[in-house]
Design a protein around this ligand. Structure first.
Ligand SMILES: *Cc1c(COP(=O)(O)O)cnc(C)c1O
Length: 429
């Protein structure tokens, strides 16, 4: 094979997947095995010492799951990566090597509802905390970073408000402070946005969404750029100092750009156990084969539907960054040149009541708490995913009571529009 780098459409099918060495199987087999036989005692010892890379036990690594991790790593342009049991597991796994009790994360106010709760409530049990700030206010981001900050966290395309983060500007603030930027790239997928090219250190995914693409399995991934210097300061002792949880190995010194990935396997997955299963990895590998084709159609449909809604007098506003009226329209070309995704909100005249009626009147759309499915999905965030937030928090995250969120699928756009049209007629009758 030549050294010429392959393009996205090729990588999404081939990366991480050479024919099976044992059988020649062309598709990645589902290695439904918990454990792997060691060649001899010396081989076993070398594996446990990380002197040789190989399979030990599927809580740590599994060949099917490893193929998926390698494929997503290639698509994101990273150095290494791991898969986990869900997107939320991936977020904890991304933070785990960086954090200690007393440390904090500076995060955007515009977050997926579940992430909001994870970062503002649940992580407090670990002694971690999050400071949420408006990521359009760069001075506020800078000011929020203190001596105990260990990560900056945001979404590339933020769910649900149709917001695009200026990743380059945020990454620069992180670089100046010696703090890694973690980007949740779920709503964009690597086809629309490649955060590492904009300075992100780690990229997290809920593979549950566009990467799998059909609403079948939950999963997550953490991809490391391999570019962050964990030893530049004393903030990341798990990577830069002898790690007591792995017989004193100094991960960064020994493993260089693969330090984060190996720590995530050897300590994170080993002790937290948020492992992806091989069957789930198989579904996601199948899904990724058509990622670019689906994303192109998702975006094309989303633009059509958003334009139709914007022109309809039953609609107050549409927050889709792919519309010229969006304040984030210019950022799309810079951050996600292949399109602004397929997830947006629109405000319905008549407020909360009419939103609920609209949701109850759709026929083609499914009323579910999910996104990134081949099917078109709809939800009223204020009464569901963002229910646990205060009014103020809901407003900050774009989930106002008169707003519904749609995840536009890859059906025929005329059928999607016709369904919204009939449901709006019923809602505003
Ligand atoms: C769904 C989602 C998550 C959580 O992923 P799960 O796989 O459901 O755990 C995190 N971030 C974003 C943007 C999501 O859409």
């Amino acid at each position: 094979m030549s050294d010429r780098p392959q393009n996205f459409d090729t990588l999404q099918i081939h990366a991480g997947a050479s024919p099976d060495p044992a059988t020649g199987a062309r598709q990645v087999p589902i290695y439904q095995s918990t454990a792997y036989v060691f060649q001899d005692a010396d081989h076993a010892a070398r594996l446990f010492n990380l002197q040789e890379v190989g399979y030990i036990y599927s809580r740590l690594t599994n060949p099917t799951v490893a193929a998926l991790a390698e494929r997503i790593t290639h698509l994101e342009g990273g150095a290494g990566g791991i898969c986990c049991s869900s997107g939320h597991a991936a977020q904890i796994m991304a933070l785990f090597p960086l954090m200690m009790p007393g440390c904090n994360i500076v995060a955007s106010t515009r977050l997926y509802g579940g992430t909001y709760t994870q970062l503002t409530q649940t992580i407090k049990r670990f002694g971690w905390s999050a400071k949420l700030v408006d990521f359009d206010d760069l001075d506020a981001v800078k000011a929020a970073i203190d001596d105990d900050t260990r990560a900056i966290f945001c979404e590339s395309i933020a769910n649900p408000g149709g917001y695009i983060t200026d990743l380059d500007a945020i990454a620069k603030i992180g670089d100046e402070a010696g703090i890694p930027l973690i980007v949740d790239n779920t709503s964009a997928s690597p086809y629309l946005c490649r955060p590492i090219e904009h300075g992100a250190t780690l990229v997290v995914h809920s593979t549950t969404k566009y990467l799998t693409g059909n609403g079948t399995v939950t999963g997550g991934a953490v991809i490391d750029s391999g570019k962050f210097d964990w030893s530049a300061n004393d903030k990341f002792p798990s990577l830069s100092q002898p790690e007591p949880a792995y017989h004193g190995l100094t991960f960064h010194e020994v493993l260089g750009p693969m330090a984060f990935t190996f720590h995530s396997i050897a300590v994170g997955l080993r002790d937290l156990g948020m492992t992806m299963n091989p069957q789930g990895a198989h579904y996601t590998l199948m899904g990724i084969e058509t990622l670019s084709l689906r994303m192109r159609k998702h975006v094309e449909n989303a633009v059509k539907v958003a334009k139709w809604l914007e022109a309809d007098d039953r609609i107050e506003s549409v927050t889709y960054a792919g519309l010229e009226s969006s304040p984030y329209y210019d950022r799309v070309a810079k951050i996600c040149p292949n399109g602004a995704g397929a997830l947006f909100t629109f405000a319905v005249k008549g407020g909360y009541e009419n939103c609920v009626k609209l949701i109850d009147s759709v026929e083609l759309f499914s009323h579910v708490a999910n996104l990134g499915d081949a099917r078109s999905l709809i939800i009223h965030s204020a009464s569901t995913t963002h229910r646990q937030l205060s009014d103020e928090q809901r407003a900050a995250s774009g989930a106002l009571p008169n707003v519904v969120r749609v995840s536009i699928g890859i059906e025929d756009p005329d059928d999607i529009i016709a369904d919204l049209d009939q449901a709006l007629t019923k809602a505003l009758a």
